[in-house]
Design a protein around this ligand. Structure first.
Ligand code: SAH
Length: 359
């Protein structure tokens, strides 16, 4: 377990690093590594006090919601961690039609969603032509809503066309910055460098971008996480999605342990101090490893939740990892449940596009 904090730093050194991070919004690679490797429960408590304060200063007690539409689980890639990788013959594949997607938006709008996220595997069936048709219909139907794409690596020309069709935001986690670590999580055809180039191209096109990484993925070290923080600083994204790695039974990583909750929360707190105005979701994966994972995420500095707006009939098929939540507060139609849960910790679900202040 390379990520277990073994070498505890003196508490005051950790506090000093956290203060420095808050003031300068920057640390050296060495300092990031020290802080991540040496973290203690006390330092985490201090960090969350600071990260919560920063979050409240910029976003108050608002929690932004996004309706997640998982529109295809076909994928041409073979990421070792992912349950919908192409060489999983047991994944039951599906694709939503344009009509399905528009009806998700219709239901979502009534519920109070003002951002729709189209997420899927890298599915060649969805050509630029088909996607621009879907996106322009969404744009026409819900002009006051933000449209977010999370559809993986495409060419700069493709990103441009989808942007012109009306998409505003794009989520593409870099997964891990380090090229060698990246190559232990993906087949050779996929590289860290290409993924990072895609992010730069998305930014140039004009998208508000979200990136991020898995916490506790196999072989990850504190140094890898330090590099992830330096990369976030470079990209300066509007949104950062992080969540614990969780094994899926049909993948090469089936027997690997899930990423620690404690470390995921710690990283959330650090990201809030690094990028005070970023949108930070308390992700489904966080809610999956602990019953109150999302609440803990909000209390560590997160300000976004992305309930599932896919048709109920396909929800269980978009299984990126085992036991992925798709009911209760995770389901868009149970928004009331989520409202109550947020209210219990002193926060409120906002009905708005919830744009980033980091523009
Ligand atoms: N095809 C799109 C969407 C990927 S799914 C893309 O390439 O961006 C969204 C995210 O789920 C991924 O970026 C990855 O970080 C996360 N994910 C996939 N498998 C996971 C697992 N086993 N545990 C935790 N997160 C996982």
């Amino acid at each position: 377990m390379t990520l277990t904090p073994e070498i505890h730093m003196p508490e005051n050194t950790l506090i000093r690093l956290i203060d420095k991070l808050e003031q300068r919004r920057d640390l050296s690679r060495k300092e990031w590594t020290q802080l991540i490797r040496g973290r203690t429960p006390k330092a985490a408590e201090y960090l969350f006090e600071r990260s919560r304060a920063v979050r409240i200063r910029h976003y108050g007690y608002d929690v932004y919601i996004r309706g997640l539409i998982e529109f295809t689980n076909y994928c041409k890639n073979d990421c070792y961690y992912c349950g919908i990788r192409k060489s999983n013959p047991d994944a039951e594949r599906y694709r939503l039609t344009k009509e399905d997607i528009l009806s998700c938006c219709e239901q979502g709008y009534v519920l109070g969603f003002r951002t729709f996220v189209l997420q899927g595997g890298e599915d060649g069936w969805f050509t630029d032509e088909r996607l621009t048709d879907i996106i322009s219909s969404m744009r026409k139907g819900w002009p006051d809503c933000a449209i977010t794409l999370s559809i993986g690596e495409r060419s700069p020309e493709s990103y441009q066309k989808l942007y012109e069709a009306g998409a505003n935001r794009f989520l593409l986690r870099h997964e891990t910055y380090d090229a060698e670590h990246y190559s232990r999580l993906h087949p050779q055809a996929l590289t860290a460098a290409h993924r990072q180039d895609c992010l730069r191209s998305l930014k140039e096109t004009g998208y508000q971008v979200g990136t991020g990484f898995m916490v506790g993925s196999p072989y990850q070290t504190p140094k890898n996480l330090a590099d992830d923080m330096l990369f976030l600083k470079e990209i300066n994204p509007q949104m950062v999605g992080i969540g614990p790695f969780i094994p899926h039974h049909d993948t090469p990583f089936a027997k690997e342990p899930a990423g620690p909750l404690e470390l995921t929360l710690f990283m959330l707190g650090l990201i809030r101090l690094l990028l005070p105005k970023a949108l930070l979701p308390a992700t489904t994966a966080l809610g999956t490893i602990a019953p109150d994972g999302r609440e803990q995420g909000i209390l560590a500095g997160a300000n976004v939740v992305m309930p599932n707006l896919s048709p109920a009939s396909v929800r269980e098929k978009y299984l990126l990892y085992d036991n992925k939540l798709c009911t209760g507060s995770e389901a868009a139609e149970s928004l009331e449940d989520l409202r109550q849960r947020m209210k219990r910790i002193g926060y409120r679900v906002a009905v708005s596009r919830g744009d980033s202040l980091n523009m």
